[in-house]
Design a protein around this ligand. Structure first.
Ligand code: ATP
Length: 216
């Protein structure tokens, strides 16, 4: 296999230390840059508080001095719901057929995979790499459990043997932070600690007057 592309999608409302720390750890472990993709209109959750442009600006800011982290804005530039299948198909079309594609997602997101548009087709184009998270349960859906069973590989290095088609899990150093916690702190008028939210992102949030009211 000639090249491997590693992607990490999300809403990033806002990007936080858990996203950045996990992406950096992955880049180091796999020895390849990690591309972060903010979604435009998330298909599986409420509309984010910050606009796509604000979420993209925060993500770019968080990655600006991180040589191993790249930002791809294609999901924001597309109209309509941001489906991962569209992104992996588009990326595949840009790559050699022998190149590997690895789409990373947290365990909480993986547990809902069966609700994603054309979820069963994802593995035709990419591998999935599930990041374990201490506070989240694994999948419960029986079809997803069966799919996982059929495509699961025990070690991340097995993903490097083929361009797509497998699911691996990985336990990285854990960051007990979520964007929900950060928004809740901000609504209460508190500044999230730097180990949760980089100071430059906190400054941007204050300057843009973001996350002032409880989302409905
Ligand atoms: P929210 O609390 O609003 O649901 P979030 O913190 O989970 O947000 P998202 O943008 O929804 O952030 O997540 C993007 C991806 O990052 C998802 O796959 C999610 O599982 C993963 N992720 C989020 N927080 C962490 C963390 N602390 N460690 C590892 N992965 C994380």
């Amino acid at each position: 296999m000639s090249m491997v592309k590693v992607c990490f999608g999300g809403t990033f409302d806002p990007v936080h230390a858990g996203h950045i720390g996990s992406a950096k750890a992955l880049a180091e472990l796999l020895a390849v840059p990690v591309t972060l993709l903010p979604n435009g209109v998330p298909a599986h959750r409420d509309r984010p508080d910050a606009s796509p442009e604000q979420r993209l600006a925060m993500l770019r800011m968080a990655c600006e001095n991180e040589a191993q982290l790249l930002v791809d804005s294609r999901e924001i530039e597309r109209t309509g719901p941001s489906y991962t299948i569209d992104s992996v198909m588009a990326m595949r079309a840009e790559m050699a057929s022998s190149d590997g594609l690895i789409w990373c997602l947290g365990e909480d997101a993986f547990a809902q995979l069966h609700t994603w548009h054309r979820w069963r087709d994802l593995l035709q184009y990419t591998h999935l790499l599930v990041l374990q998270r201490p506070a989240s349960d694994g999948p419960k859906d029986t079809e997803l459990l069966d799919f996982w069973q059929r495509h699961r590989v025990r070690q991340v290095r097995h993903l490097l043997a083929r361009p797509s088609g497998s699911i691996a899990s990985i336990g990285l150093p854990q960051y007990a932070v979520s964007a929900t916690t950060i928004r809740q702190l901000l609504v209460q008028g508190k500044t999230p600690p730097e180990h949760m939210l980089p100071a430059k992102i906190a400054h941007y949030i204050a300057a843009q007057n973001l996350y002032k009211v409880e989302a409905n």
